[in-house]
Design a protein around this ligand. Structure first.
Ligand SMILES: NC(=O)c1ccc[n+]([C@@H]2O[C@H](COP(=O)([O-])OP(=O)(O)OC[C@H]3O[C@@H](n4cnc5c(N)ncnc54)[C@H](O)[C@@H]3O)[C@@H](O)[C@H]2O)c1
Length: 317
C-alpha cells in the first residue's frame, strides 16, 4: 500500500536518501527543509519527481503539520529528521537546539497523534549516551547517562518523550556514512577527512594511536531501518514503537578505516600520528539485539560502503 509521508530534513544527507527510496517504492513525499545545513543539490535526483512536493519551512512553526495535512489529506507518516546537527553549534546555541531538537519534535508528535497519523519516526543519536564506557551500549544505559552537549540532551528528551507516549519510534543512530554526507559534519569528520586526503593523494592524519573505534553504518542500511520503523518495509518487517539502537554492532578502528581508504585512493599508506585530542571518546559500539530481533541487520559491508563513498566523492569534487 502506498502512503503519503512527511520527510523533514529532506535536503540533508540522510533525508535525501530516505526521500529517494520512498519515491522509488511509489510513495508520495512531502518534504520540508529550511536549508540550515542541507542543500538544494542534495534534492537534484527527485526535486521534479511527480510524487514529491517541497516546502521551505522550519519545523519550529507550530501549525506546520496541521497546515500540511490540510494541503495533503493523505499525509499519514512522519519521518522527523530535521535537526541542529552540529554538536559544537549546539553548545553555542543551546536554546535554539532545544527548540528544534526537542520542542518542535514534541509538538509534531502530539499533532501527529491527534490527527491519527499511522507512524512517527524520529532520528535519535548515540550522543544520548554521553561518554558511555560499557560496551556494547544498550538502550537503557541512556537513563543514567550524562549527555555532553545540548544536542545530546535534546535528542534524549525527544526519544524518551516518544517512548513514554507509547506512540512513535526513536531510532538511535551511531556513526552514519555515505554519499552526500557533508564533509563539515561533526559525525563524519573522520571518514570525510580521510576520503578528502586520500583523493588528494595526501597522508592521513590520526590523533592518538588510531585504535579508537566507532560503529559505522552505511546510509542505505539507515534507510532500511526507517522503512521498517514506519511499517513500509517490503519484506513486512516492523512497524516499531519505542527506542531502538541502529548500528552494525561492530567497532571499526580509525587505523583500519585509514588503511581501507588509502587502498581505495592514491593516499600513501603511512600515517601521520598526532597527539590524542582531549575529550575524544575512545570506543563506541551499539548493542543491536533489540533491532536485530525486529528483523534488521546491516547489509552493506564496511569496505563496500567506503568504496561507494570514495566513488561519489571522486565524482563530486
Ligand atoms: N549523520 C549521522 O551520523 C547521524 C548520527 C546520528 C543521528 N543523526 C541524525 O539524523 C538526522 C539527519 O542528519 P544528517 O546527517 O542527514 O544531517 P543533515 O544536516 O545533512 O540534515 C539535517 C537537515 O535538517 C534541516 N533542518 C535543520 N533544522 C531545520 C528546521 N528547523 N526546519 C527544517 N529543516 C531543518 C537541515 O537544513 C538539513 O537539510 C538528524 O536528526 C541527525 O541528528 C545523524
Amino acid at each position: 500500500m502506498t502512503k503519503t509521508c512527511l520527510v523533514t530534513g529532506c535536503a540533508g544527507f540522510i533525508g535525501s536518501h530516505l526521500t529517494e527510496a520512498l519515491l522509488a517504492d511509489g510513495h508520495v513525499v512531502v518534504g520540508v527543509d529550511n536549508f540550515s545545513s542541507g542543500y538544494v543539490h542534495n534534492m537534484e535526483g527527485f526535486k521534479n519527481h511527480p510524487g514529491f512536493r517541497f516546502y521551505e519551512r522550519s519545523i519550529t512553526e507550530k501549525e506546520l503539520l496541521a497546515e500540511l495535512k490540510e494541503k495533503h489529506q493523505e499525509l499519514d507518516v512522519v519521518f522527523q529528521l530535521a535537526a541542529v546537527v552540529s554538536v559544537p553549534y549546539s553548545v553555542e546555541h543551546p536554546e535554539l537546539t532545544m527548540q528544534v531538537n526537542f520542542e518542535a519534535n514534541r509538538d509534531m508528535l502530539d499533532a501527529a497523534r491527534r490527527m491519527d497519523f499511522s507512524h512517527y519516526v524520529f532520528a535519535g543519536s548515540a550522543a544520548e549516551y554521553g561518554n558511555e564506557e560499557r560496551l556494547p551500549v544498550k538502550e537503557e544505559y541512556a537513563e543514567d547517562a550524562v549527555q555532553l552537549s545540548p544536542y545530546g540532551v535534546a535528542k534524549y528528551k525527544s526519544s524518551t518523550y516518544i517512548e513514554k507516549s507509547g506512540y512513535g519510534c526513536a531510532l538511535r543512530f551511531f556513526n552514519i556514512f555515505g554519499p552526500r554526507q557533508d564533509p563539515t559534519s561533526q559525525y563524519s569528520g573522520v571518514i570525510s577527512r580521510f576520503v578528502d586526503f586520500g583523493l588528494a593523494g595526501r597522508k592521513m592524519v590520526i590523533f592518538g594511536d588510531g585504535e579508537q573505534s566507532r560503529d559505522f553504518l552505511y546510509v542505505s542500511d539507515v534507510v532500511t531501518s526507517y522503512l521498517i520503523a514506519a511499517g513500509l518495509d517490503k519484506m513486512g518487517r516492523g512497524p516499531l514503537t519505542g527506542i531502538y539502537n541502529v548500528g552494525t554492532g561492530k567497532g571499526r578502528s580509525v587505523r583500519e578505516l585509514a588503511a581501507i581508504v588509502a587502498g581505495l585512493t592514491s593516499a600513501p599508506g603511512d600515517i601521520d600520528f598526532k597527539p590524542e585530542r582531549a575529550g575524544d571518546i575512545k570506543h563506541s559500539r551499539a548493542d543491536v539485539t533489540k533491532i536485530n530481533a525486529a528483523g534488521f541487520t546491516a547489509q552493506v559491508a564496511f569496505d563496500e560502503g567506503l568504496a561507494k563513498t570514495v566513488e561519489w566523492a571522486g565524482k563530486s569534487r
